[in-house]
Design a protein around this ligand. Structure first.
Ligand code: PXL
Length: 288
């Protein structure tokens, strides 16, 4: 018999062969929520063992990306779509066209830079014009939020709130600006701006920083957890909180590897949770 109730999540993202980020992260997180996941691969990120494990991003031909998108959308009725690193202008436009057609909830991780590689700022205008307005939830980090809004570097909660409002004004429904470990202080803090009937609700989510090591995969795992949370019936606030908790546990249990940047451990919240690790959610009130 055909199953019609299991939520199905599609991730459109790069493959990270080190296993912490990209579709590797997304599919593992989608599994954690009991949803069914599949992926459209846009690029393959490799690391050169003979050159200090420097990144190389190998993009797939646009035709092949679009062919994957067309086939998987024809095969499944998806509950939620998520995108991460997009291969090219044309594949991003193909995704935007399909999103406009099918109106599916869409979690947009506006990846403009991959740690250690070049900046893909040429996608910025395309993102703002074509994908930001389609996002149910958009999850920029500090650099992405500054690039999308043209703001100065962001280094405070107030600055994150300002950027979140500006991104919402571009058409995204709900916005999470991720301070994560990049914001100074003992806590990893993120700002959630939700659209409500009354207008907006802004909350600040914090969790203690687990350690000072660099960890690969937090952004991808966060966005795909939100997508899977929404697909399995959580509301936006619950999905974001749950995603943050899973990422925090995944960072606390990160795996050391030869690249020098740890790999996030996706099932950690389930299989080796860190005692005393909780996410705090507070209503935002301006500083100073
Ligand atoms: O975090 C950005 C990112 C996105 N997608 C892939 C990546 C990375 C960074 O490593 O490898 C596939």
């Amino acid at each position: 018999m055909t199953d019609t109730t299991t939520p199905r999540v599609l991730t459109i993202a790069g493959s990270d062969v080190s296993g912490g980020a990209g579709i590797e992260a997304d599919l593992k997180m989608i599994d954690e929520y009991g949803a069914f996941g599949t992926a459209v691969v846009t690029c393959v990120v490799t690391f050169d063992p003979n050159d200090s494990f420097g990144h190389a991003i190998n993009f797939l031909d646009t035709d092949l990306i679009v062919q994957q998108l067309e086939s998987t959308l024809a095969i499944h009725d998806f509950t939620v779509l998520k995108s991460g690193m997009l291969g090219s202008v044309d594949s991003a436009l193909a995704l935007a066209a399909r999103l406009r057609e099918n109106q599916l909830p869409y979690v947009f991780d506006p990846v403009l830079v991959c740690k250690g590689s070049g900046t893909m700022v040429d996608l910025k205008d395309l993102f703002v014009e074509n994908l930001v307005p389609l996002a149910t939830v958009i999850t920029p980090n500090l650099e992405e939020a500054a690039t999308l809004t043209g703001a100065d570097p962001i280094d405070s909660i107030d600055g994150m709130v300002e950027a979140a409002r500006a991104i919402r004004a571009m058409g995204a429904k709900h916005v999470v600006v991720k301070g994560g470990a990049r914001l100074a202080g003992p806590d990893a803090a993120d700002v959630l701006l939700e659209e409500t009937e009354a207008g907006e609700r802004i909350t600040v989510l914090t969790a203690p920083k687990a350690h000072e090591k660099l960890v690969n995969g937090a952004g991808c795992s966060f966005a795909s957890s939100i997508a899977a949370g929404l697909a399995t019936g959580l509301d936006v606030a619950e999905a974001v909180r749950s995603a943050k908790a899973r990422v925090a546990h995944g960072i606390a249990a990160s795996l050391t590897n030869a690249t020098g940047v740890d790999s996030l451990f996706h099932p950690a919240a389930r299989v080796q949770p860190q005692e005393g690790l909780f996410v705090t959610v507070e209503e935002y009130s301006p500083e100073g």
